[in-house]
Design a protein around this ligand. Structure first.
Ligand code: UGA
Length: 465
């Protein structure tokens, strides 16, 4: 099918590349001229594992092109709207980019168009889109408006596209549902090989869920809000474990064994970030308010999340006392591993507070340093995790990149000024780290004194008394 994707952000570009991989003829539009020039030159504007290969391969095969919104609207029989819906001051989603695309479609398009709303939007946006098109389009345009929320996670977006649990379409009539089924048929019938695993066998059977548009829009916000709620819940349990002398690792593991609860999204830490959870949570609260429902449960989820950074910085201060003038090594800046995305990253909030306290920060992140440097220049950005540790009085892990699992702790113990690790993601082994002479301080009651340097152990124990 001839498909156009409007917006080449994380969602749009991934969707465009993956739809082309399914065999569709895809035209992806980007309004930012600099970004468009980079895309046309074969450069990706952000890091996402496996996406570069996918985009280059499909461009070379002639299945993926980039250009203007106008050209996209003229060419595509299906138009996927993937523009940004950033939060406004009051937490509501700003829908002006969606409205502007709808206006251009109404002005230009003739014949039939399947208009697919993929950006995360408040319930009843599809209804508004229909009304807008009815008011402003010419009599030669016929259309269906479909809600097709995405459930891709940054860092594993390509994999997630080919291994979905469900493909959700919100429609008002069966013609649109059939067209959407046709678009996703290679995934649903597993006739395409997953480009990450290079096999069809690994693909699980996805459910094709058809609802009305309002329900589909609501499902997306409810899903993200529920996951955010799980994270804040486990973070509170972590606080309780710490205060009461329990071990959050063991508690979360056993709680997650109940299939009604599930083990995922029970990882405690410095909180959730990124461009989805924080904004979707706020938007969902605002949507509920608009419809007269008090969703203060989610306000609490947000409040708990905001406190995580404060609490973690307190933990650092508890170990180092005064931060002014102290050299601190920070590992990880992105809001999660396998991405260079730093939007609403809790790591950057921690970093800002360390700087505000007068610390000298040496930071390393495998992908996010270029973006972080533009936002926070007063940090020494280092070429690797070891350079960042030189002379540091503490190593502070903020994003759990796999690379940190393989750290050489013997070498690190010779590089740092004080062997102290504060693990903001509870991701490293307290046992392994302490065996190499480091004091380990995690979240939720997980800590260990150094095993091979008795003098440091004595000192650390003294400070803890
Ligand atoms: C999230 C959803 O997981 C996707 O299904 C959805 O499509 C996407 O938002 C979206 O709306 O576009 P994403 O934001 O990429 O995906 O990342 P997640 O893996 O969900 O992580 C979000 C945040 O929660 C990260 O900061 C992560 O570190 C944190 N997190 C996650 C925890 O603190 N603990 C956990 O147990 C899991």
């Amino acid at each position: 099918m001839r498909i156009s994707v409007i917006g080449a952000g994380y969602v749009g570009l991934t969707t465009a590349g993956c739809l082309a991989e399914l065999g569709h003829d895809v035209f992806c539009a980007e309004a930012d001229v600099q970004k468009l020039a980079r895309l046309c030159a074969g450069e990706l504007p952000f890091f996402e594992p496996n996406l570069d290969d996918l985009v280059q391969r499909n461009r070379a095969a002639g299945r993926l092109q980039f250009g203007s919104t106008e050209d996209a609207i003229d060419r595509g029989r299906a138009i996927f709207i993937c523009v940004g819906t950033p939060p406004m001051e009051n937490g509501e989603a700003d829908l002006s980019a969606i409205e502007s695309v709808a206006r251009t479609i109404a002005r230009r398009a003739q014949g039939y168009r399947l208009i697919v709303e993929k950006s995360t939007v408040p319930v009843q946006t599809g209804r508004q889109l229909r009304r807008h098109l009815a008011l402003h389009s010419s009599s030669t345009l016929t259309y269906d408006v479909v809600s097709n929320p995405e459930f891709l996670r940054e860092g594993t977006a390509v994999e997630d596209f080919f291994h979905p649990d469900r493909i959700l379409v919100g429609v008002e009539d069966s013609r649109a549902a059939e067209a959407m089924h046709e678009i996703y048929r290679p995934v649903l019938e597993r006739t395409v090989a997953c480009p990450v695993h290079h096999s069809k066998d690994c693909m699980k059977q996805a459910k094709f869920v058809v609802t009305d548009t309002n329900s589909a829009e609501l499902i997306k916000h409810a899903s993200n809000s529920f996951l955010a709620m799980k994270i804040s819940f486990i973070n509170m349990v972590a606080d309780l474990c710490e205060a009461a002398g329990a071990d959050i690792g063991k508690v979360a593991e056993a709680v997650g064994l109940d299939p009604r609860i599930g083990s995922s999204f029970l990882q405690p830490g410095i909180g959730f970030g990124g461009f989805c959870f924080p904004k979707d949570l706020q938007a969902f609260v605002r949507i509920a308010e608009k419809f007269g429902c008090d969703f203060s449960l989610l306000k609490e989820v947000e409040r708990i999340n905001k406190n995580r950074v404060e609490k973690f910085v307190e933990k650092i201060k508890n170990e180092l006392w005064v931060l002014r003038g102290k050299r601190i090594c920070v590992w990880g800046l992105a809001f999660k591993p396998k991405t260079d995305d730093i939007r609403f990253a809790p790591a950057l909030s921690v970093l800002r507070q360390l700087l505000a306290e007068g610390a000298q920060v040496q930071a390393y992140d495998p992908q996010a340093m270029a973006k972080a440097q533009l936002e926070i220049p007063d940090v020494t950005y280092c070429k690797d995790m070891y350079e960042a540790a030189v002379g540091a009085e503490a190593i502070v892990l903020l994003t759990e990149w796999d690379e940190f699992q393989g750290a050489d702790w013997d070498l690190l113990s010779r590089l740092v000024q004080r062997p102290l690790l504060l693990d903001g993601r509870n991701t490293l082994s307290a046992e392994q780290v302490s065996a190499c002479g480091f004091q380990y301080v995690g979240i939720g009651g997980i800590s260990a004194m150094p095993k091979t340097h008795p003098q440091v152990a004595d000192l650390a124990a003294e400070v803890h008394v």
